[in-house]
Design a protein around this ligand. Structure first.
Ligand SMILES: [Zn+2]
Length: 468
């Protein structure tokens, strides 16, 4: 109850704090970031680099301070690795016959060279991986689906135990011929392979004991640099200004498909030029305030969300301010379009993991001021908690959520996600609400906390305890 009254007073007192967001400014930002000139902002690409420069310049215009070292960028060194298809020769023998996998039926992941002759083969189901803790394993593993939680960690344990080649059977997990490896993390030790060859499929699904012979070339490797963009609004309270509310959005998207007919570019206007425009505009509105909130606000634009939350995970591995000083993360996604796949979403916004922390109370208080309805989507709010950059903060103990107008919309991850389709008047309202919510979290006497009872977030609560 104490928190409730505190908030109520604050929200009333703060009614005029964050002024109207500028719909034209939002249009300008989204139309540039989502223009064809930026080629869909793939991670990494020159379009992404140009976007990062632009965001930094907007942070400078807004009067934000740079991050540590006096720079608006947090650089990450990466290697882009690409499968080399030449020299591929993989076959299996069941004691009576040898079945070779034709290269043209194979998809495999970028990794080290694989060279095996008559190697032992082990069969495993994904479900068995969960408790699988042996110290060594055969060099070749046939891994059968369906997929299950913990599969990624299971694959890592297989690599540690000595598996060199993992053949995926009835497992629809995507295998990209190009991967990104961070220089601060161990290199991939195994190659995953899938084949659509009928004879091979039959052999993999049989019970026969198999021996494998394989030659797969080491993936090519090219060094590159990708960047998160950082801007800081310093807090006004001596005692609290070393604490930060993180307001974030990813600025990358899917890039382009140069070999396709017609439109080639995934513009990513709603996903997520809109979220970026909202944080830029929020930064501008908040830095115009006569008195900054008590705590500091850390504005962040992330690379690599579309490739697996890479930029936010990098930040959590290399926090620009200690995690224990981050009090909350409000992440923004898809703040522009109101034409949700479920019907029009005008005048409302969603939060993921709605009741996981006290963040919703601040956003609701802000929404009261701006007349924006804050919605708990019963079906989507929890599953989507893991689907954007806020998910990188939670295991580190930092309470987080993603705010969006829609979950699913008609052009999601399609080339038609273009800037003209956004409802900028509604986006201005959502942006103002998000900024107001960040202001309230940054200015409140209490820190945001995880829900004390929800069993699903026990590990997040424990991580938060460790930060103390
Ligand atoms: Zn997104």
């Amino acid at each position: 109850m104490k928190l409730f009254f505190g908030l109520l007073c604050l929200s009333l007192g703060a009614s005029e704090v964050v002024q109207e967001a500028d719909a034209r400014a939002l249009t300008a930002i989204v139309s540039f970031l989502a223009s064809d000139a930026l080629e869909g902002r793939a991670t990494p690409s020159s379009g992404l680099t140009i976007a990062s420069e632009y965001i930094a310049s907007e942070f400078r215009r807004g009067g934000l301070k740079p991050g540590p070292g006096g720079t608006y960028f947090q650089e990450a060194k990466v290697s882009v690795r690409r499968v080399v298809r030449e020299g591929f020769a993989v076959s299996f023998n069941d004691g009576t016959k040898t079945v070779a996998i034709p290269a043209e039926t194979g998809m495999w992941s970028a990794g080290p060279r694989v060279e095996l002759s008559g190697a032992a083969v082990r069969r495993l189901k994904v479900a068995e991986l969960k408790d699988w803790k042996q110290e060594s394993i055969e060099p070749v593993v046939i891994l059968e689906g369906p997929g299950a939680p913990g599969m990624q960690q299971g694959l890592m344990r297989l690599a540690e135990a000595g598996a060199k080649l993992v053949v995926l059977v009835k497992l629809p997990m995507p295998l990209s011929p190009q991967t990104l490896e961070f220089d601060d993390q161990p290199k991939t030790k195994l190659v995953m392979l899938r084949s659509s060859d009928k004879d091979a499929e039959e052999l993999f699904q049989s019970e026969a004991a198999l021996k494998a012979t394989a030659a797969i070339a080491e993936a090519g490797s090219k060094s590159d640099t990708v960047r998160n963009v950082i801007g800081i609004l310093p807090g006004s309270d001596e005692a609290l200004k070393d604490e930060y509310v993180v307001m974030s959005a990813h600025y990358d998207h899917l890039g382009a498909a140069p070999n396709e007919e017609g439109d080639k570019i995934f513009n990513g206007a709603n996903d997520n030029a809109s979220g970026v425009a909202s944080i830029i505009e929020s930064a501008r509105l908040m830095s115009k305030l006569p008195v900054a909130p008590k705590r500091s606000v850390l504005f962040m634009a992330f690379f690599g969300e579309e490739r697996g939350l890479l930029g936010s995970r990098y930040l959590v591995r290399h926090p620009v301010v200690p995690l224990k000083q981050m009090v909350a993360n409000l992440n923004l996604e898809q703040t522009g379009r109101t034409d949700s796949s479920e019907g029009p979403n005008v005048g409302q916004a969603n939060l993921t993991g709605y009741h996981f922390s006290t963040i919703h109370m601040y956003v609701e208080a802000a929404g009261k001021e701006t007349e924006l309805k804050i919605v708990k989507h019963e079906k989507f709010n929890e599953p989507f908690f893991m689907a954007s950059d806020n998910a990188s903060f939670a295991p580190g103990g930092v309470p987080s959520t993603t705010m969006s107008v829609t979950y699913e919309f008609p052009d999601y991850h399609k080339k038609g996600d273009e800037w003209e389709k956004i409802d900028y008047a509604n986006m201005a309202k959502v942006t103002r609400t998000a900024a107001q919510a960040v202001y309230l979290m940054a200015d409140a006497p209490e820190r945001v906390v995880w829900d004390a009872f929800e069993p699903k977030i026990k590990s997040y609560r424990e991580a938060a305890e460790k930060l103390k």
